[in-house]
Design a protein around this ligand. Structure first.
Ligand SMILES: Nc1ncnc2c1ncn2[C@@H]1O[C@H](COP(=O)(O)OP(=O)(O)OP(=O)(O)O)[C@@H](O)[C@H]1O
Ligand SMILES: [Mg+2]
Length: 310
């Protein structure tokens, strides 16, 4: 599999804030690669360096071997971006918007009509092609925003949170479009803070937090990498005692305490549950108890101590 995107120790500072702190990735041609992380993790900054839109403070990125700084024009011809912020003209129709972007990207006149139609079909908006964007739902606008990135016929498409604020039906359309692109051999870099999207859509996932990649692999690989198979979640009636030393209990792989919430990771929850109940360490009423198998959600908590809820 050819490397569509390679980054090596990519870094970007804003003043003294280190937004991206050494990201090294290899993304294969035709892969849907998910960059998953909370607000401010550095997803957009990473994507913008790959897209040539911003320069790295240090480190390198290549798109099919073309360096994003020293071969910027060659790299740019191979890729396109659907940005987090929509850039559409509400008074124009969908087709007019796509035609505008096709012209902007230098698509030769002879190919423009065909490319615009292809983009409309890919995002399933052909039926509304001649309606003004002002009449579109939020989900339809997100799809058109994605379509605008397709008119230049890129080999790599960078999608920045393409489903934020869209209804489930439009989300399904976006997923269909992304899978359709993969079936044509197009490489997708997909940023999201929705765990379920990364699980469902992405061939491989990099979990990003505070500017770094903290885990990378297929979903199955990430699950195997966890120190546990089950997570016990206890919501307490009051703050957990600071003295609470549950990690020392036999069978506990790891423990995260966050205010009223205690999360205990274990290979097998059952024997640990009994010990937890006997332990006086919790020192408060348990108001809610949940045992779940490890998932991307539990792995994220295990790695970062934070929640990333849909
Ligand atoms: N133009 C900028 N100037 C100053 N700081 C910036 C700029 N762009 C991003 N940052 C900072 O860099 C860090 C990473 O931001 P970035 O937008 O890459 O995160 P993100 O993962 O895309 O977050 P979100 O999920 O909110 O889109 C944040 O702390 C952000 O405040
Ligand atoms: Mg972002």
């Amino acid at each position: 599999m050819a490397d569509a995107i390679v980054t090596r120790d990519l870094r970007r500072n804003y003043g003294d804030r280190e937004a991206v702190r050494g990201v090294s990735l290899g993304i294969g041609e035709g892969e849907i690669f998910g960059l998953l992380g909370p607000n401010g993790a550095g997803k957009t900054t990473t994507l913008s360096m790959v897209s040539t839109r911003i320069h790295p403070t240090s480190g390198d990125a290549w798109v099919f071997g073309r360096h994003t700084v020293t071969e910027v024009h060659a790299a740019r011809r191979l890729l396109n971006v659907a940005p987090q912020e929509e850039s559409l003209y509400p008074t124009l129709t969908a087709r007019e918007n796509l035609t505008f972007f096709a012209r902007l990207y230098g698509v030769p006149r002879a190919q423009r009509v065909k490319q615009v139609q292809r983009a409309l079909d890919a995002v399933e908006l052909a039926g509304r092609a001649d309606d003004r964007v002002a009449t579109f739902s939020g989900g339809m606008r997100r799809r058109l925003n994605l379509g605008c990135a397709l008119v230049s016929n890129p080999r790599v498409v960078l999608l920045d949170e393409p489903t934020v604020g869209v209804d489930p039906q439009s989300r399904a359309h976006v997923f269909d479009a992304v899978r359709g692109l993969r079936s044509e051999g197009i490489t997708i870099l997909y940023t999201t803070h929705y765990l379920a999207e990364a699980e469902e859509l992405c061939d491989r996932i990099a979990i990003m937090d505070e500017g770094r990649i903290i885990a990378l692999g297929t979903l199955a690989e990430l699950l195997r990498g966890s120190s546990a198979e089950e997570m016990i979640e206890l919501r307490l009636g009051s703050e957990a005692r600071p003295s609470c030393d549950l990690a020392a209990l036999p069978g506990v792989a790891r423990c995260e305490i966050n205010g009223h919430m205690v999360r205990v990771f274990a290979r097998h929850a059952e024997p640990v549950l009994a010990r937890l109940m006997q332990s006086c360490a919790l020192g408060a009423d348990i108001v809610q108890l949940r045992v779940t198998p490890v998932s991307l959600e539990t792995i994220f908590i295990e790695l970062t101590g934070k929640e990333l809820r849909d």
